[in-house]
Design a protein around this ligand. Structure first.
Ligand SMILES: [Zn+2]
Length: 373
């Protein structure tokens, strides 16, 4: 299976639907809006005219690798950027860092990661440590070991977390959400609840796959603006199933989580390059605090704040990271810093970040790293 197929398979762990307007049974609930919150922060801007979406394939073919090879791209460099960006993003998640410091045990992967994070903490450029980490991970397979392969950041993260889980002791698995399952609700029409309840076994989830187009579709079709938590839940929502009593497709199915990880990673999957205004709209919402109870239900709780965005553009991953959330954020908005191959390439506020991503050829946010606040 190709990497993309893997991703799609992962994304369909729950039957995530392609953008489709869902019939509303009892009308739309009034949603809390981004817009309301945003206007409290800054005056609304005039809506820019919407540029036409650039249709561009964002899947990667053998021809792309071949052209990289012809350009004489550095193999290790090409394969290292996903790890470099992950190093920066995981460092930004203090709960990950602290869990990693508390864990004991030594292995090539764990030791190399310690060195990478130490380098990031000192604002150094731990490229050789990162290469050591890549080599240690390579022995575990995956695209990261192959020349000119495209090492997808979400796959590399899974590989890294697998390694830490098997190599470390007292590892609290800070990126693992526990007890996810699909739950069927009683029939909305006749109230029959004989088949309501869990539809599958509980399972653990690390990065949550979400098809970006589903979120954009919801953003653009909703009459009232929605929070990212709403969008996140709806983009992953399953179609209602048929009621065994009345025969109507009126039994809602939702994914419920028992415990959401202290470090929540959202993996946005892009099938095509969206317009820059769509990216800006999505990221603006994603950077506001995220309510896990809304996004996951099932008794999960906590507010989450995005601290790092791993982006992809032109065969290359970079990371934007901000300092840990604190109570002074309201008065002093956080500064985001771009790190490209660990090198500081500039920083600014949220508007600056949006300007960086939402260019004519947008940078695609691939991983959003949230911490509980
Ligand atoms: Zn029914």
């Amino acid at each position: 299976m190709s990497g993309l197929e893997d991703k799609l398979a992962a994304a369909s762990l729950e039957p995530a639907e392609q953008p489709k307007k869902k019939p509303s049974l009892f009308g739309k609930k009034k949603k809390k809006s981004f817009a309301t919150k945003l206007t409290q922060e800054r005056p609304p801007e005039k809506q820019a005219t919407k540029p036409k979406a650039v249709q561009q394939p964002t899947t990667f073919k053998a021809a792309d690798y071949a052209s990289s090879a012809r350009r004489g791209a550095d193999v290790s460099a090409q394969n290292n950027c996903s790890l470099e960006a992950l190093g920066v993003a995981l460092y930004a998640a203090r709960a990950f860092r602290e869990a990693f410091e508390r864990a004991t045990g030594s292995s090539p992967v764990a030791d190399a990661l310690r060195e990478v994070l130490k380098g990031v903490s000192k604002n150094e450029i731990p490229s050789s440590q990162n290469e050591a980490l890549r080599q240690a991970l390579s022995t575990r397979g995956g695209a990261i070991s192959a020349a000119f392969a495209y090492a997808d950041a979400a796959e590399v993260l899974e590989l890294l977390l697998d390694a830490l889980e098997s190599d470390l002791e007292k590892w609290s698995r800070p990126c693992t959400s526990v007890g996810y399952q699909l739950v069927r609700q009683p029939c909305l029409l006749c109230g029959d609840s004989s088949r309501a309840g869990a539809m599958n076994e509980k399972r653990d989830v690390r990065a949550f796959p979400v098809i970006a187009a589903s979120i954009l579709h919801l953003l653009e079709s909703a009459s009232t603006p929605q929070t990212f938590a709403d969008l996140f839940r709806e983009a992953r929502a399953s179609e209602p199933v048929s009621c065994t009593a009345c025969g109507e497709r009126a039994c809602a199915v939702g994914g419920e989580m028992e415990t959401v990880a202290p470090v929540l990673v959202v993996n946005l999957t892009w099938m095509e390059t969206p317009s820059s205004s769509s990216i800006a709209q999505l990221v603006r919402g994603a950077l506001l605090p995220f309510d896990a109870a809304v996004a996951f239900g099932g008794g999960s709780e906590g507010m989450y704040q995005c601290v790092a965005v791993v982006c992809f553009k032109g065969d290359h991953y970079t990371a934007y990271a901000r300092p840990p959330p604190s109570s002074v954020d309201l008065r002093y908005p956080p500064r985001w810093t771009l790190r490209d191959r660990f090198v500081d390439r500039g920083s600014g506020d949220v508007e600056w970040l949006l300007g960086e991503l939402a260019t004519a050829k947008p940078k695609l946010p691939a991983l959003l790293v949230y911490v509980r606040v």
